[in-house]
Design a protein around this ligand. Structure first.
Ligand SMILES: C[S@@+](CC[C@H](N)C(=O)[O-])C[C@H]1O[C@@H](n2cnc3c(N)ncnc32)[C@H](O)[C@@H]1O
Length: 275
């Protein structure tokens, strides 16, 4: 998979640092991307975003690229402040959200480890409800997008958003390698898992964005290995998010399920939560 980083004027130093950490090529302003480029990261005043390129897009003129950008629905970025997540924070059903019931956050404020953070959407919802969330993300580009979203939340958010940002911690790397060592210092109350699963999403726009994400991340074929780790590490429960009709992770039956229209939360209780 070939990825390049394009930066706007004024972002050269940050772009150089990022490109060197991701081992990818840098492109300035309107420089065409090399043929066979799959993805283009873009760094500018709006932060970091990712676009999937077709061959013509990679090679087209700056004007053609701009036109396609304007029509694109598939750019990926991590936005905790302005988009859907803000709306969900303000109007999204509060404690009744299924993810909060599943993690016990409707009654408690446990510490959570999210071993498959992705773009941090679920972690953000948990942190909004008061949890302290340690996130793990192993795909370096996804981790860079998540780090950028967190940086903008810390720098551009209001007081409440700043408090949420202070409850979110990111570890770049494979949770299979480092979660247990970290938990030796302080075991998390809850471990949350949401590995990739094929055919998720409903609307055409969601499907397109998910297909794009799948191309980047792959299908997390080793996901079943996360469950024994999580069960050995969490204090009170492990929660796994699955598509509604999918088999349970690793075919291990949960103790309890919460089912929504398209999603299911499988709960593996270990001990009763105090209080
Ligand atoms: C479906 S996405 C998670 C979406 C996330 N719940 C959200 O709300 O944005 C799954 C993510 O888990 C990551 N992942 C899978 N296995 C992992 C592991 N062992 N360690 C760290 N990250 C992992 C993948 O790279 C992918 O970005």
């Amino acid at each position: 998979m070939r990825v390049v980083l394009r930066f706007d004027t004024g972002y050269q130093a940050d772009a150089e640092e990022l490109a060197s950490s991701l081992h990818i090529a840098l492109l300035r302003g309107d420089q065409p991307a090399p043929a066979a480029t799959d993805f283009e990261l873009q760094l500018g005043s709006a932060g970091l975003s990712l676009r999937q390129l077709s061959i013509e897009q990679a090679q087209g003129s700056a004007k053609q690229r701009k036109k396609r950008q304007d029509n694109s629905t598939a750019d990926i970025r991590c936005d905790f402040i302005a988009g859907e997540l803000r709306h969900r924070r303000l109007f999204g059903g509060g404690k009744n959200q299924m993810i909060l019931k599943a993690t016990g956050l409707n009654k408690h404020k446990p510490s959570v480890m999210d071993l498959t953070a992705g773009l941090g959407r679920d972690s953000y919802v948990l942190a909004t409800a008061g949890a302290r969330v340690t996130m793990f993300e192993r795909q370096p580009i996804v981790a860079a997008l998540l780090a950028d979203g967190l940086r903008r939340l810390r720098c551009g958010g209001d007081e409440q958003e700043l408090a949420i940002a202070q409850r979110l911690f990111l570890h770049r790397g494979d949770s299979l390698d480092c979660a247990a060592a970290l938990a030796e210092q302080e075991a998390p109350d809850v471990i949350y898992l949401d590995p990739m699963f094929p055919e998720r999403g409903k609307t055409a726009k969601v499907k397109k964005a998910m297909a794009f994400f799948h191309h980047l991340v792959g299908s997390d074929d080793d996901a079943a290995g996360l469950l024994p780790l999580a069960l050995a590490t969490a204090r009170y429960r492990v929660v796994v998010k699955r598509p509604r009709h999918a088999p349970p992770l690793g075919d291990v039956q949960p103790g309890l399920c919460f089912e929504g229209k398209s999603t299911r939360f499988d709960i593996y209780p270990l001990k009763k939560m105090p209080g």
